[in-house]
Write a protein that binds this ligand. Sequence first.
Ligand code: 13P
Length: 284
Amino acid sequence: MPLVSMNEFLPKAKAGKYAVGQFNMNNLEFAQAITEAAQELNSPFIFGVSEGALKYMGMEFTVAIAEAAAKKSGLPIALHLDHGSSFEVAMKCIRAGFSSVMFDGSHYSFEENIRLTKEVVKAAHAMGVSVEGELGTIGGVEDDISVDESDANLAKPEEAIRFYEETGVDCLAIAVGTAHGMYAGEPNIRFDIIEKVASAIPVPVVLHGGSGVPDEMIKQSIAAGVGKINVNTENQVACTQTIRDVLNKDAKVYDPRKYLTPARKAMVEVVKSKIVLFGSSNQA
Ligand code: 13P
């Protein structure tokens, strides 16, 4: 199966009150682990690729790996640019084979964010590619982007609804209290904001910063109208912790397969638990 736009599965997710996971791809082992987990549970999913990950893996390898995953698994998989910073980078990804892009104009003024997102939507939709927009500022650290919690600001429901109406995005990330990275305590998620926005627009709300969010809060978010949830850090932690354990146990290990095989296995378990929690099993 070729890579698909998020519109192949997000409308169904919203109607069925479940969420599809965006699992970030950082290398081949991440891609293999995510695909294996999704295949076992027969779930659609989204490969999220940040600009930093794209620079690390290279455009050709990124697209080739995602295409191989779709072909091998037969699952509906979207290859999605995560937090795209410009029209140009979004177009570069689409030309190379991405089936979905996020344009993150959240650091611009509201009107400018609408104007720029609209341009991306117009071009992407003409090519059958789905678009995610962002409103409000999501805190935490992702790649080289760091947003201090005190600078993070929550999305205003009326603005989010107008943003959707004017841009026509296929899903909308709104800042509701989650952050990229792990949490020191528990996040304070504003389910009321999710509910207000999700009930007024036909597309799903996206929850960024899915790592470390307690299961009950994830379920409540989905019930309130979240249809796409992003997870990256939990896989990174599982991968690195496993590698650290293997190397600590045996300082003589030099074959990368000796630590990457268990690291990949640990990520399969993380992704499987998220797919079950999000409710997207058997929705492929
Ligand atoms: P986490 O790294 O906190 O899971 O967030 C991922 C994310 O939101 C990617 O956009």
